[in-house]
Design a protein around this ligand. Structure first.
Ligand SMILES: *Cc1c(COP(=O)(O)O)cnc(C)c1O
Length: 410
């Protein structure tokens, strides 16, 4: 029997990985390591022998975190980076070259949309945005230069859940890499590999960090894609199944300097140990809050896949084993009532993060999505009546009492 999720998250691949038998893998904070000989140094730099040389390229504390992430996703290998955005940008810069395009869900985190439109597009990498629940639109957007499909497991803020069976079937048929941003679900709620993704990405800043302790990102190659189909990896085909990780490590990650700090890797590893416990509580709290909000007169609508009324309820049940994450959105009559609601909160904090142990609230259209036109916001499911909550692990009655008193004054 293979060990369960928390056992793997706590023990990793087992004892014996840390030379002094420290139970917490230590923080190797320095920049560089020395070599026993010039020959050994040459062997490492030419790629013949793995060793730690320089922390921008590899670091033992970061490596320990990467190994746990690969284990939890049942992946082939993992690279930890400085943030969730670094996970997305370095992945795409590894897989794509000018002239290539990707098809992406239009329901996206604002930073991701901005990366695609403002950073990748001037480099000649085009993104074709589609409603991810429309297979015909996905098919119609694909052409000979399409290399990947990008989506979020539960989109932020309107909690759109893609049908992985359907999207991965399309990706397979066209030999496209299916990249899943699993930040909202974490490896605890969602097995990206079992549901047909090829690469799982995480902003580990969110749930994995252990409650907003540190920034981080993780890229996991799930070992399912035949990399010989990707022109940008041409020089790396000799690495076979490791071609993606090889180019990522040897070029994009190293040369863009997107490394994770060893201090942060330490916190992220600690966070992983309690991920399952926290996610259980987060999901339980979020469901109770969604149900409460759905019964309030002032609330026009609630988006949460855990509500039977959600169009994504069945898909979420199938893909996330009866848990629905900690993010929900609800709508109030107008922007002014949203602001009054936010300003009356006493326990919940007004903050743009998610995945904190504290419950957080924000007005999406004037914060994360403020740079986008009303039309672009609409395509991402945002308008000025939407409040997003990131539910924490406080006692649920206290969160609900705070929501109740805030709603009473709008
Ligand atoms: C926060 C977030 C990101 C970006 O992560 P950072 O760690 O802030 O760079 C990407 N995708 C999703 C779904 C997110 O919620």
């Amino acid at each position: 029997m293979s060990p369960g999720f928390s056992t793997r998250a706590i023990h990793g691949a087992g004892p014996g990985t840390e030379p002094r038998r420290a139970l917490q893998f230590p923080i190797y904070a320095g920049v560089a390591h020395d070599f026993e000989s010039a020959e050994a140094m040459g062997a490492t730099f030419s790629g013949r022998k793995a060793a730690f040389a320089y922390s921008r390229i590899a670091n033992p504390t970061v490596d320990a975190f990467e190994k746990k992430m690969a284990l939890l996703e049942d992946g082939l290998g993992s690279v930890a980076v400085s943030s969730g955005m670094a996970a997305i940008s370095t992945t795409l810069l590894t897989l794509l070259a000018a002239g290539d395009n990707i098809v992406s869900s239009s329901s996206l985190f604002g930073g991701t949309f901005s990366l695609f439109r403002n950073v990748l597009s001037p480099l000649g990498i085009e993104t074709r945005f589609v409603p991810i629940d429309d297979p015909d639109a996905i098919e119609a957007a694909i052409d000979g230069q399409t290399r990947a499909i990008f989506l979020e497991t539960i989109s932020n803020p309107r909690t759109v859940v893609p049908d992985f069976a359907e999207v991965s079937r399309i990706a397979r048929a066209h030999r496209l890499v299916l990249i899943a941003d699993s930040t909202a679900t974490t490896p605890y709620l969602f097995s990206a590999k079992r549901h047909g993704a090829d690469i799982a990405l995480h902003s580990t800043t969110k749930y994995i960090s252990g409650g907003a302790t540190s920034m981080g990102g993780a890229i996991v190659d799930l070992g399912t894609f035949d990399w010989s189909a990707v022109p940008a990896l041409e020089g790396y085909h000799r690495f076979r199944e490791m071609a993606f990780i090889a180019r990522l490590r040897k070029e994009v990650y190293r040369d863009t300097g997107s490394c994770m700090s060893p201090y942060d890797a330490y916190l992220q590893s600690l966070g992983l140990e309690t991920l399952a416990l926290r996610m259980e509580r987060v999901c339980e709290n979020a469901r109770a809050i969604a149900e409460f909000l759905a019964g309030e007169d002032a609330v026009r609508s609630v988006d949460y896949p855990g509500l039977p009324s959600s169009p994504y309820h069945d898909l979420a049940n199938r893909q996330f084993d009866g848990r629905y994450g900690g993010v929900l959105a609800f709508s109030l009559p107008d922007k002014a009532s949203c602001f009054r609601f936010l300003n009356r909160l006493r326990l919940m904090r007004r903050s743009s993060n998610l995945g904190d142990n504290k419950s957080l609230a924000l007005h999406s259209s004037t914060t994360i999505y403020v740079e986008f036109t009303a039309e672009e916001q609409k395509a991402m499911g945002v308008d000025d009546t939407i409040i997003r909550l990131s539910v924490g692990i406080e006692d649920p009655d206290d969160i609900i009492a705070d929501l109740r008193q805030a709603l009473a004054g709008i």
